[in-house]
Design a protein around this ligand. Structure first.
Ligand code: HEC
Length: 137
């Protein structure tokens, strides 16, 4: 019985995950409601997190801690996705999006354990940080 309950919970979990994956598409089932995205913290605190991750990724690449570096690079890509919603200014959103794309490239370079490419990708991400700070910080 307990086992069946766990199975059900897992099935439910993957169902809601599928819902998240299709967020970019309009819901086909009119009964399915998607709530508007609402960040849980302000930009200052989000940035403290981005700053920490950026530094930790740099250290992890230097130390050849590839698995950690990859996990953090994907996480930073997702934070940039979240940062998109912190402003309605299209310039802000565009830079946040390009930072996210840059982090995906970084994660892929790290996955290949290519130190040179990883460092270059990290520099590109750093340039996106600066591009936004130059205008909005
Ligand atoms: C699309 C815009 C944008 C991008 C991209 C961006 N930031 Fe920021 N950042 C801001 C804004 C706006 C502030 C000012 C926030 C405040 O103090 O209210 C800020 C502030 C900061 C701060 C200071 C936070 C504090 O404690 O006052 C740090 C650290 C920081 N960013 C790190 C980063 C890093 C690292 C990246 C790239 C990996 C990055 N940011 C990318 C918009 C951005």
């Amino acid at each position: 019985m307990r086992r069946a309950w766990i199975g059900l919970a897992v099935a439910g979990g993957s169902l809601s995950f599928a819902g998240i994956l299709t967020l970019a598409d309009p819901p086909k089932d009119p009964k399915v409601k998607f709530k508007a995205f609402k960040p849980v913290q302000d930009v200052e605190h989000l940035m403290a997190g981005q700053g920490k991750l950026y530094g930790d990724i740099k250290d992890a690449i230097i130390d050849d801690s590839w698995a950690d570096a990859e996990t953090m690079a994907w996480l930073l890509a997702e934070l940039a996705n979240v940062n998109h919603f912190q402003s309605t200014d299209p310039r802000y959103q565009k830079i946040a999006d390009s930072m996210s794309t840059g982090c995906v490239a970084l994660a892929k370079a790290v996955r290949k354990r290519d130190k040179k490419k990883a460092k270059d990708a990290l520099t590109t991400v750093g340039n996106r940080c600066k591009a936004c700070h130059d205008i909005f910080q």
